[in-house]
Write a new protein. Structure first.
Lengths: 719, 134
């Protein structure tokens, strides 16, 4: 069966090559047949890659260890859900996922544009085929996911325990969908440049794809943060790790892109800027994929030099040089159709917002690659830590949230200062009240940046509420609908606009959580015995008793042993029980002994969080199993040749000993205010984005009626 | 002021601001950065009282725990030279012998005394295949 998979990849590579060739030929000679054939080759590629993926996934499901990938990343005792998702835990598997998503997205966009964009689409097809071809080449030549083992092992190594978390399994495909999605507008931008059709057509055709990509990438980043918070035992959600940064950078530039294309659609300005932004977004997406694999920067994600770092670098260089040369060659076609009338206009605010977003990205880029920069200049590899990132990004984030409030209130072309002030009268008043309230009632003033952020958040939320209210009132006077109906009708008829407002509100809520939790969270690390207590934030936490369990890991990750603790936290009248634990996965290392290998392998924290709208109480436990060592050593010697069930009994006895006679355990407790609002804000952003993406009924009616009109026209000319 | 001069002035101000900001970025990053050194680099040229980030691999069979404190040795990524480290505080999940770690602290009398909770373990990547067999 592995042969079928490999064959799919090889044929896929040839198909991608054919798609490039046929499309370029068709575009140059004007042969429609060649163009259609090139497009169909992409559909064909999608079918081939779906087949390859099915082959690989069924091997995972069957635990067919003759596949090297399955033997390395799965095992018979890996839960089914994690078997299905283990594909993208490996480098070869994630390349296949990339190529699969790429071919599916390309097919979708080429199908949707098959009747329009006749000049641009063939070139875009060629670009998409070229990118997909690169990934197929990587797999065919260097990293074949269908490599087989001559002598398959009886049992696989299993999936890395750290990755056994639902969010972690959805996070990579989401990020990849985002990365790949940005390839679509990129390909059409390049196509538009080559064909010298630099109007807004390519933007209108791919705008929705850019939004989908943006949404997926954002959701992927959020899931990564959630995983970090609830699975990694350190208690934070963002560490400015190079790979996190690598996913944030294309998202930031993508955000700038979906804002600034509105200026091109409305006013025909910023053309060079827009193509540059989408090129940068795609290159950063490639860079993100590359960083995960290259090992050139120290990161929690990537280690061990990969075999395909150099190929990636060459590909990125080709994309950058090719795109830049193309933009320069087409500068004449990219001239603005209009001039900026005034600095007090929507266009100007979009421009400022773009500058802030690009600035933010540049700052993060600088910090991420600082080790390389510093080595180049001083010969010493030095790095900047999270404090530096926090310091330099805070002012930009503040500016961004303030712009999210003011920007949408400024009219196009030219606005009077007094008009804008009139619209912002109420929001500014609410912001002032918030400031006074926070100063009087809370100690928010201890952190000026957080205080400023709270005020701007209030500003954004009031602006959005005011816009919704104004629109609803206006609609009610026309349609005489009841209030809820007027509101839903308003949003449904202007999805892009009100979806966008909702995204702004969600981002504001998210920053509320970020500002509060980073400025006011309290953390304690202690080492205590049962019966003892510690204090973190407003909570008194008591270590009641230890827990020790075999084969009953509640999260379903397949861990055989878990040690934990029962804690009681009190805060005034509120009493909370918490059950953090730590899972131990058997080591494959034979030197640890037949019993010892169950205790010496990977261990992961199963943290317990008391989620709350006002505050989260987060605890993790680190049991000290050092005291069990003599017993383990003894058991290793005595029972090394015993039957499996005897060994299981011995392990159970050792585990029981921990529960009966517990040594002190280390705990980390975090009292983090408002941190839940990060996830709530993320959900609001997602909702807003979905509203903006969803085709509006009018657009559908327009499309249908235009098809009828075309048909009618055809009949009439025939008659 | 005529519009052309106004535009020129505006461009000039914007460029100046950009240069200033870029300068600030460069300055803060170089002054805030900490240098990561390998054991052999530290042994060769460590200044007393200066804080360093030590990076390398944990030497096999070198971890000794004593309650909250522990000691271990860190060696060069591909070399022999190693340094003893004393550390207290939170130990990250993936910490193991043979793993790459970073820890901050200073060199005192031949021993690297680490700051509390400064230990970072570089995770065996989900993309490296041979980690478990190694």
């Amino acid at each position: 069966v592995a042969g079928l998979g490999s064959a799919c990849l090889l044929v896929g590579l040839l198909t991608a090559g054919y798609a490039v060739f046929a499309s370029v030929y068709g575009a140059r000679t004007g042969s429609r047949a060649a163009v259609v054939s090139g497009r169909r080759a992409i559909y064909c590629l999608a079918a081939l890659l779906v087949t390859a993926t099915v082959v690989l996934q069924s091997a995972f499901l069957r635990s067919d260890f003759s596949f090297k990938l399955v033997a390395d990343g799965s095992s018979t005792d890996t839960p089914t859900f994690y078997k299905l998702t283990a594909m993208w835990a490996t480098q070869d598997g994630s390349l296949l996922l990339w190529a699969l998503l790429m071919s599916l997205f390309s097919s979708a966009v080429l199908f949707l544009t098959r009747r329009s964009l006749r000049e641009i689409a063939p070139w875009a097809t060629a670009v998409l085929g070229f990118v997909a071809g690169f990934f197929l080449l990587l797999m065919v030549a260097w990293e074949n996911p269908f490599t087989t083992l001559a002598s398959p092992p009886a049992e696989g190594a299993g999936l890395n325990p750290l990755l056994r978390h639902p969010a972690m399994m959805i996070h990579p495909p989401m990020l990849y969908t985002g990365y790949v999605g940005f390839a679509i507008p990129f390909a059409f931008a390049v196509g538009a440049l080559i064909a010298r059709r630099t109007g807004a057509d390519w933007i209108r055709a791919t705008r929705r794809f850019a939004l989908v990509a943006w949404t997926f990438l954002g959701a992927g980043i959020m899931l990564g943060a959630l995983w970090s918070y609830s699975e990694l035992g350190w208690g934070g959600y963002w560490a400015w790790d190079p790979v996190e940064n690598a996913s944030l950078m294309p998202w930031l530039i993508g955000t700038a892109f979906i804002h600034s294309i509105m200026v091109q659609e409305k006013r025909g300005m910023l053309k060079v800027w827009n193509v540059s932004l989408i090129i940068a977004t795609f290159v950063l997406a490639l860079l993100g994929t590359f960083l995960v694999r290259s090992g050139i920067l120290d990161s929690i994600h990537a280690f061990g030099a990969s075999t395909i770092g150099r190929q990636f670098l060459i590909f990125i260089a080709v994309v950058v040089l090719g795109s830049v040369a193309l933009v320069i060659a087409r500068l004449d076609d990219l001239r603005s159709e209009a001039k900026l009338d005034s600095l007090m206009s929507r266009e100007a605010f979009f421009l400022v917002n773009n500058l802030v977003l690009v600035g933010l990205c540049l700052v993060i880029f600088w910090g991420t690659f600082f080790p390389l920069i510093s080595e180049a200049f001083t010969g010493e590899e030095a790095s900047v830590g999270p404090p530096w990132f926090n310091r330099v990004t805070t002012p930009l984030a503040l500016a961004l949230v303030a712009l999210a409030a003011i920007g949408p209130m400024v009219p196009w072309r030219r606005a009077s200062r007094s008009g804008v002030m009139r619209v912002l009268r109420w929001p500014l008043a609410v912001m002032g009240l918030t400031l006074v309230g926070l100063l009087v009632l809370t100690d928010a003033a201890d952190s000026p940046p957080a205080l400023a952020m709270f005020c701007f958040v209030a500003l954004v939320l009031t602006v959005v509420a005011q816009e919704l209210a104004r629109g609803t009132v206006a609609r009610r006077t026309i349609t005489r609908d009841p209030w809820p109906r007027a509101l839903s009708g308003l949003v449904a008829r202007n999805r892009r606009r009100y979806g966008g407002y909702l995204v702004h509100a969600g981002i504001a809520v998210l920053f509320l959580g970020v500002a509060a939790s980073s400025a006011f969270q309290q953390q304690r690390d202690v080492r205590i015995s049962p019966g003892e207590s510690f204090r973190v934030g407003g909570y008194d936490v008591t270590y009641e008793r230890p827990t020790a369990a075999i084969g009953s890991d509640s999260a379903g990750t397949g861990a055989p042993i878990s040690f934990g603790a029962v804690l009681t936290a009190r805060r005034g009248d509120e009493v909370v029980r918490l059950h953090p634990s730590r899972n131990f996965y058997p080591s494959q290392d034979a030197s640890t002994g037949p019993i010892g290998r169950f205790f010496e392998g990977e261990a992961t924290s199963e943290v317990d969080v008391r989620w709350g709208l006002r505050r989260d109480l987060w605890v993790a436990v680190r049991p000290d199993i050092g005291e069990l060592e003599p017993a383990i050593r003894e058991a290793n010697a005595k029972f090394s040749d015993s039957a499996d069930d005897i060994q299981a009994l011995v392990i159970a006895a050792i585990v029981e000993r921990y529960r009966k006679d517990p040594p002190p355990a280390a705990f980390r407790g975090i009292d983090s205010p408002l941190v839940s609002w990060i996830w709530i804000g993320g959900a609001i952003v997602l909702l807003g984005a979905l509203i903006a993406i969803w085709p509006s009924p009018e657009a559908r009616i327009r499309r249908v009626s235009s098809i009828y009109a075309a048909r009618l026209g055809k009949e009439l000319t025939r008659a | 002021m005529d519009p052309r001069r106004k535009r020129k002035l505006r461009l000039f101000v914007a460029l100046g601001a950009a240069v200033l900001l870029a300068g600030a970025l460069v300055y803060t990053s170089f002054s805030a950065s900490t240098q990561a050194s390998t054991p052999s680099e530290l042994l060769a040229s460590a200044e007393p009282g200066r804080s360093y980030e030590l990076t390398g691999k944990v030497v096999d069979d070198s971890i000794e725990k004593d309650g909250d404190r522990m000691t271990f040795r860190i060696r060069d990524r591909d070399g022999r030279e190693s340094l003893p480290v004393t550390y207290a505080g939170v130990v990250p999940d993936p910490f193991r012998e043979g793993r790459e770690v970073i820890v901050s602290g200073e060199l005192k009398g031949g021993t690297f005394v680490a700051e509390r909770d400064s230990l970072i373990t570089k995770c065996p990547s989900k993309f490296t295949k041979d980690e478990q067999s190694a």
